[in-house]
Design a protein. Structure first.
Length: 296
């Protein structure tokens, strides 16, 4: 009896867990569609910005715009900012661990080259890890969540652009999860400053010649507005792609947990049935034995 009671208790416990994981899977699935829509909506705008900048860019313009200032020939940097984007929540498999591993790899690589690092953390999981690792952070954000906005990107990257323009920083990089599909979200390091001029879509066009554009007032005035916008858009894309990647990872993890709970319940149910059958057989044998004893 004790064994069957324990098995019933375990079955109920796993059933309750399966209800929770199934609900979380459904919630993540519903949120994932909206997150994918945000990623898809951000890509054409980013591509259009890159195309315009690629058409307007000319080497001589880099001398007048600090955001285009490229590192020297030696490639040496004195100080860089590294923005690490993780999730606020867990229950998503190795998603956060992979992002932190990528950030650690990049930090070790930069420190081996003698580069100073300003760490900017977005997401509770990254903050908790680097606090545990006793690595100080220049800034922390936990208020962005699953629905990043362009305003969030502007608030984060605005001070970094100002530091880069003043010469306090030599580069800015972002560690985020690139959203390729719901099951493919590799951690990626992207350099957003200095701006690497995107290649023009017309390979035969000379640099600095704006193909079909009528420029008003001038290429300089247009670039002055477009370059900060391009940097903010790069970070915004990193935020929305990481948010979508997190929901995809959570959906996958919860689906696997639900399937595993179903397998455990099936195994426990078979074990319970065998134990119950053995118990009934024993009780019948005892009844028959008692009846035979009374006859004798």
């Amino acid at each position: 009896m004790a064994q069957t009671r324990e098995l019933r208790r375990r079955i109920k416990s796993v059933q309750s867990t399966r209800k929770i994981t199934k609900t979380m899977e459904l919630v993540a699935t519903s949120k994932l569609k909206r997150a994918q829509d945000r990623v898809i909506a951000a890509r054409p705008y980013a591509a259009a910005l890159a195309e315009v900048i690629g058409d307007l860019y000319a080497p001589e313009l880099a001398e007048r715009f600090p955001l285009l200032r490229q590192p020297g020939k030696s490639g040496a940097h004195r100080r860089m900012a590294l923005v690490v984007i993780t999730a606020n929540r867990g229950l998503c498999g190795a998603f956060n661990a992979n992002l932190i591993r990528e950030a650690r790899r990049r930090i070790e690589q930069l420190e081996a080259d003698g580069v100073g690092i300003d760490l900017h953390l977005i997401g509770k999981k990254g903050i908790a890890y680097f606090r545990f690792a006793k690595r100080p952070a220049a800034s922390q954000r936990t208020d962005i969540g699953d629905k990043p906005k362009a305003e969030h990107a502007a608030e984060i990257v605005g001070p970094l652009m100002a530091q880069f323009e003043s010469g306090a920083l030599d580069a800015v990089e972002v560690v985020f999860a690139q959203f390729k599909s719901a099951v493919s979200t590799p951690p990626t390091t992207l350099r957003i400053l200095p701006i690497t001029p995107p290649k023009s879509t017309d390979p035969g066009r000379k640099p600095g010649v704006a193909g079909n554009y009528i420029l008003e007032p001038s290429a300089d005035a247009i670039l002055e507005q477009l370059l900060p916008l391009y940097v903010r858009n790069q970070l915004y894309r990193a935020l929305v792609e990481t948010a979508a990647a997190f929901l995809g990872a959570q959906r996958t993890a919860m689906k696997n947990a639900t399937d595993n709970a179903g397998d455990i319940i099936e195994l426990l149910q078979r074990t319970y049935n065998r134990a119950r059958q053995a118990q009934i057989t024993q009780e019948l044998a005892e009844i028959v034995g008692g009846a035979e004893a009374l006859k004798g």
